[in-house]
Ligand binder design. Structure first.
Ligand code: PLP
Length: 425
């Protein structure tokens, strides 16, 4: 560098939106855990991770075999299309028909995704005008507590997320008309600013399941206000009993006029790293996702789409996802027993019948879930997610992802007992 040249302050070039934003919470937790791991190992407490919602079970070998076989096929190495191979999208439509009784036009009403997180992020980008001043920002209603990516992606697109508070009092199924009145009308917000409502059942982090009547309420609400209903159905296939079998919002009357739904192969098939999902529903909404995607990525590797097609249509793999759900039901039993042993009021906790999450109240002596999470990590090497990571309404709780094998789950409670992490004392 000559004396007339100065270093470029690249950070000052970041857009206003990105100047002060933090990395996704799960990656921040992972970094902190990586930094602490040598210390925790040295004191005989290697990290036990109940944090990220990523299955640790092996994915079915048969899905991998389809991918491997595809590698030697002709025409596999070139670009796919933005929306995905028609064969994959036909499989998505067939899955929607077989699982939910929903008829779709594979060409027009489906889109392949690089995981549902990508699709959610792109639909938010497509809905939100990014350059508006703070007071004019466009709004998307999101569950609180809810999947942390919603707020990240909405704010990252230049919009504003407004909370739909999920509480035991509203059985985690709040009346959306009340939310509209309390959060929009009473606060003097111009209703035209609201672009969409997000619902997520079975829910992350609570595991709550919605009856079809609630999804119908969501559709009616969206139609009444002329907004998009976005259903995040990433956990549709992770349920423990037939009475908790999740629905698709597309089963609701009028849904095809106003709703889009996101599905994921990540959790039920233990394929988080593969990044495969799909969007289905209202044609204009699916078109929007495809339009934004066409400027951002160039489609999914065709071999992966072949493997995905096999995964969502094969009876053998259906058996796998049913067996895996039993494993998570058992992990929940083990965890509830462990918590009960330490004094947690498990009878009042209303354990979910879906997902692999457990939403756990923090001990009485703590006023902050962040503090409790940090103490568990630094004292006992137990990694959990503070409830506030999912929104301000998550204070007072932590989220456990029950993805560890049984002996490690038992070790969690042995360490907690040893280190005095009981509920009441
Ligand atoms: C509610 C919810 N939606 C969407 C996703 C994203 O899943 P993926 O992008 O792996 O399909 C997750 C992942 O944790 C989630 O919990």
């Amino acid at each position: 560098m000559t004396s007339s040249q100065t270093a470029v302050d690249v950070k000052s070039l970041y857009s206003e939106i990105w100047q002060n934003r933090q990395e996704y919470i799960m990656f921040r937790i992972a970094k902190q855990v990586a930094d602490l791991t040598p210390e925790l190992n040295a004191k005989g407490c290697p990290p036990l991770k109940l944090s990220i919602g990523a299955p640790t079970l092996p994915a079915p070998q048969a899905i991998k075999d389809v991918l491997i076989a595809s590698l030697s096929e002709k025409d596999n190495d070139t670009y796919s299309t933005t929306r995905g191979e028609l064969s994959f999208r036909k499989a998505c439509a067939a899955r929607m028909k077989q699982r939910f009784g929903v008829e779709l036009d594979a060409e027009k009403e489906t889109c392949a995704l690089i995981g549902s997180k990508e699709g959610l992020g792109n639909v938010f980008r497509g809905l939100i005008t990014p350059y508006l001043a703070d007071a004019d920002k466009e709004i998307i209603l999101v569950p609180d507590p809810g999947y942390a990516s919603y707020v990240d992606a909405i704010e990252g697109a230049g919009g504003k997320a407004v909370s739909i508070r999920l509480n035991p009092e509203n059985k985690y199924l709040p009346n959306l008309n009340d939310v509209w009145q309390d959060e929009i009308i009473s606060k003097g917000i111009d209703p035209k600013k609201v672009k969409a409502v997000v619902v997520n059942y079975p829910s992350n982090p609570i595991g709550a399941v919605a009856p079809l009547s609630y999804l119908q309420h969501t559709v009616d609400f969206a139609r009444q206000h002329g907004i998009l209903a976005i259903s995040d159905n990433a956990y549709a296939d992770m349920y423990f009993s037939p009475d908790a079998r999740p629905h698709s919002i597309l089963e609701a009357e009028g849904a095809m006029e106003c709703a889009i739904e996101f599905h994921s192969l990540s959790k039920p098939y233990s394929l988080t790293g593969w990044r495969l999902g799909f969007a289905v529903g209202n044609q204009d909404a699916v078109d929007l996702v495809a339009l934004v995607k066409s400027t951002m990525d160039s489609g999914i590797f065709k071999g992966m789409q072949k493997a995905g097609t096999f995964a969502i249509t094969s009876p053998e793999i259906q058996t796998y996802i049913e067996e895996v759900a039993h494993v998570y039901a058992h992990s929940q039993d083990v965890t509830l027993k462990g918590l009960k042993r330490l004094g947690w009021p498990v009878e009042e906790m209303n354990p979910p019948k879906a997902t692999f999450y457990l939403w756990v109240p923090i001990p009485k002596r703590y006023s902050s879930c962040e503090q409790f999470s940090q103490d568990l990590l630094k004292t006992s090497g137990i990694v959990v997610v503070p409830g506030t990571a999912f929104g301000p309404n998550g204070e007072g709780f932590i989220r456990l992802s029950l993805v560890l094998p049984e002996e490690q789950l038992n070790e969690v409670f042995d360490r907690m007992e040893r280190d005095g992490f009981t509920y009441t004392v």
